[in-house]
Design a protein. Structure first.
Length: 389
């Protein structure tokens, strides 16, 4: 029997996620499924459409045994940081045998070959990357071109897929951490991430979110809540903060200048992000930068946190019939946090900084939700762990 780990956002949970879990069970003799999941803000630079508690419950109802939260500073980071923090969490659990992930390309050898180049950075690759960056390409595009130049063949179909990109980052993280966890790649099925086709057996999370936000009836076998948050629900906060000094929050000078120059044209979060997007930065990176401003995450704080990947993991939910928590407590080197008030009194200064940012992000998410729906929900100190009995 074995324990598997999955890194996810479940924004929202859908049949593609269930397929990944079920497929892993047919491939491996699985004892427990542990998921490291983004909290109330996700790597695409968005607020989660449903709260982390709702998404944890969906996962537990579909076969997951333990859901651990990835702190906001890592869930709102670039793909490499997101991957390393997530893999580090699983590695420090001490009991995870396999990391399962979906990708457009299920040839683990090709993905690992690319990960080796990115991990070791041969001189010819570094020179090509520097050259493409100097032309003003965004980092992801420059890296893609440099890889194609290094391999001297067209690998665009491998390095352009969003799931392939994350898969490669997971493999790099496993190498950097010298982890004993074995990677297992499962072919992604269904619509591409950007597809808006809802007629598919496996529609994308993007299509599902758009349908929910448009108040369209969707029947995917899940009872999605009626209440949800979307990007523009945070518009008033961002609009107010654009009247303040943003120098401590935006490190990229080109983006900083575009924000300052175009702030008078601010209408809402989404249109402003599209308006200020610079050539050398992706739209999702632009969103992440704006949310760091909204959540009061200074880049000097990110420098302090840099490389201090999770020494703790907050438990969002677990299956009461599973022994995974007791296994981690015996063999892991990570603090499993069930009561934040106790942990905050004893944790290190870096962990306290990570925790404080997370608490602030959760409080902003909570208050935006309460204002939108005129209802009171518990704060993070009163939040109940989701338990599947």
């Amino acid at each position: 029997m074995s324990n598997i780990g999955i890194i996810a956002e479940f924004n929202p949970f859908h049949d593609g996620h269930k397929y990944l879990i079920d497929k892993a069970r047919t491939m491996l003799d699985i004892d427990n499924v542990t998921v490291v999941c983004s909290g109330n803000f996700v790597q695409r630079g968005l607020p989660a459409i449903f709260s982390k508690e709702v998404r944890a419950k969906m996962a537990l109802d579909c076969g997951v045994d333990l859901v651990l939260e990835l702190p906001t500073v890592f869930s709102l980071a670039d793909a490499g940081t997101f991957a390393k923090a997530s893999v580090s969490t699983l590695d420090k659990c001490g009991v995870i045998d396999y990391l399962i992930f979906g990708a457009e390309c299920n040839d683990i050898n090709i993905l690992d070959e690319i990960a080796d180049v990115l991990y070791n950075e041969p001189n010819s690759f570094k020179c090509a990357l520097k050259e493409f960056l100097s032309t003003g390409d965004s980092y992801p595009l420059a890296r893609q071109k440099a890889l194609e130049s290094y391999f001297k063949r067209n690998i665009n179909n491998v390095i352009s897929g969003s799931n392939n990109i994350l898969a490669i980052e997971y493999l790099i993280a496993l190498k950097e951490l010298n982890s004993s966890i074995k990677p297992v790649c499962i072919k992604r099925i269904g619509e591409g991430y950007q597809s808006l086709n809802m007629d598919s057996t496996y529609p994308s999370a993007t299509a599902i979110r758009q349908s929910i936000e448009n108040n369209e009836h969707i029947d995917l076998g899940y009872n999605y809540p009626e209440n949800f948050l979307e990007l523009n629900d945070f518009s008033l906060i961002l609009g107010h903060l654009l009247t303040k000094n943003i120098d401590d929050y935006i490190k990229n000078n080109e983006l900083k200048n575009r924000i300052k120059n175009l702030s008078d044209s601010f209408i809402d979060f989404e249109s402003f992000a599209k308006n200020i997007k610079a050539k050398n930065m992706t739209y999702t990176a632009t969103l992440r930068n704006l949310f760091r401003l909204v959540l009061d995450i200074k880049y000097k704080d990110l420098d302090i946190i840099s490389n201090n990947y999770n020494n703790y993991a907050t438990i969002l939910g677990f299956n009461k019939n599973s022994d995974i928590l007791s296994q981690i407590k015996k063999r892991g080197v990570i603090n499993l946090v069930s009561k934040i008030s106790d942990f905050s009194k004893t944790c290190s200064s870096v962990d306290k900084l990570i925790l404080d940012i997370n608490l602030r992000a959760d409080e902003i998410y909570r208050k935006v939700y309460m204002n939108k729906y005129k209802t009171v929900i518990p704060n993070e100190f009163r939040r109940q762990i989701v338990i599947k009995k």
